[in-house]
Design a protein. Structure first.
Length: 323
């Protein structure tokens, strides 16, 4: 399969034939296994809050059960708003193998049977299928794991190499609050809300015209739920280089994305304390408010003009198509 919808249809057809089988955990053979001495790795150590990402299999299963019972039905309505707990937060468990996709599918369909026919839970089911689709693509199109785009003509896009702009994006200092809050969340916690992954990826590629593979590498270096296929698929979608990707002329406006998905700036203030005194109506364009109030903010102005960047990006893609 090269297109998501036929893959999804085949996937659901298989699910309707029977739920994925989940075997019970094996019994402990005995208490004779002795503890091994701790291994100390010569890598920088960083504190980790397990309340956000449970490290044990039991905690992962408990969270899966709770989400499928209480959260999956509301997922469609809440999933795009980063200030709320509207997602499952199970991606790290899946990436690390504490949960399997079969477990997730089985539990979802036990708790939310209408999901198979578009009812409650269908949107989360769709996300699970997307995850499997990206793994399917990487299996049957292995060039994807060798830094190649699925759409070959996009190899001709002339990317810009600008270390200053890249660092601003990585550090959350672009002057676009929703982008900066998202990047600081990533850097601090190792996780980023899915809507924000789309916004920040679009900004790097289509506002800064920086190669999507640069962003892909940075994300995988930071993400606690880093998964080669899912990360590659997400970046190729945002960059319009992958199969079933957003068309190249679809370019997110970071300001309006913030206004739409964090209207009162609750998420932004959580990660950008320097904007705590900016009114909600002005939080997405704080420089405009600061100029009117004649105050100085300890926050950068936008590093690019979005309208000009959009024109430049469209020109770069259109030129690549003609090569």
């Amino acid at each position: 399969y090269k297109v998501f919808t036929p893959f999804k249809n085949a996937f659901i057809k298989r699910l309707k034939e029977g739920l994925p089988e989940c075997v019970t955990a094996p019994t402990v053979r005995g208490e004779t296994i002795t503890d091994l001495p701790a291994i100390r790795l010569n890598y920088p150590q960083q504190s980790f809050d397990e309340t956000g990402f449970p490290a044990s299999e039991k905690a992962a299963i408990d969270r899966l059960r709770q989400f499928c019972t209480q959260g999956a039905a509301e997922y469609e309505a809440r999933r795009d708003f980063p200030a709320t707990e509207g997602t499952s937060r199970l991606s790290a468990c899946l990436a690390l193998g504490a949960l399997s996709p079969r477990q997730c599918l089985h539990r979802l369909l036990v708790e939310q049977p209408p999901a198979l026919d578009g009812g409650a839970g269908a949107v989360w089911l769709n996300e699970l299928i997307w995850r499997e689709f990206y793994r399917h693509l990487m299996t049957y199109h292995p060039d994807l794991c060798k830094h190649r785009p699925f759409i070959r003509w996009t190899e001709q896009v002339q990317w810009q190499s600008n270390e200053k702009l890249l660092k601003a994006w990585q550090r959350g200092l672009t002057g676009f609050p929703i982008v900066d809050a998202a990047m600081r969340q990533l850097n601090e916690t190792g996780w980023m809300h899915n809507r924000l992954r789309m916004i920040t990826a679009s900004f790097l590629v289509k506002d800064l015209l920086i190669d999507w593979r640069t962003g892909e590498r940075y994300f995988i270096s930071q993400l606690i739920d880093g998964d080669l296929a899912a990360n590659n698929g997400g970046w190729q979608w945002a960059a319009s280089t992958g199969t079933d990707a957003a068309p190249y002329f679809r370019i997110f406006n970071p300001t309006t994305q913030g206004q739409r998905f964090d209207a009162d700036g609750e998420f932004i203030r959580r990660w950008l304390p320097e904007l705590k005194d900016v009114p909600a109506k002005a939080i997405h364009e704080p420089w405009v408010w600061a100029d009117k109030q004649r105050v100085t903010l300890n926050y950068p102005r936008p590093i690019v003009d979005h309208k000009q960047a959009r024109v430049a990006t469209l020109a770069a893609y259109e030129a690549a198509r003609k090569v």
